[in-house]
Write a protein that binds this ligand. Sequence first.
Ligand SMILES: [Zn+2]
Length: 89
Amino acid sequence: MDTRAGRYFRWLLFWQQQGRCCYCGEHVLLTYRPYDAARPYAATLEHLHRRADGGTGHPSNLAMACKRCNDTRGERDWLSYTSWRRDEF
Ligand SMILES: [Zn+2]
């Protein structure tokens, strides 16, 4: 989501989450350059409830995740994915 609103929310969530991914807790890289956006730790906007499951683009449904987590989450719900990411299973 590289719209103006998307950039704004990434910036906002970056500060709210103290620069850490909402899943793995690693520091993310807030960047606007396409080259950096392909890195595993690039900040991405995540929909907690997947849009395929009826989740909206409302701020309450958005979180910041690193690209690696975002890419590998697949169809898991965000809570179980967080636990799995943090080795809590
Ligand atoms: Zn992550």
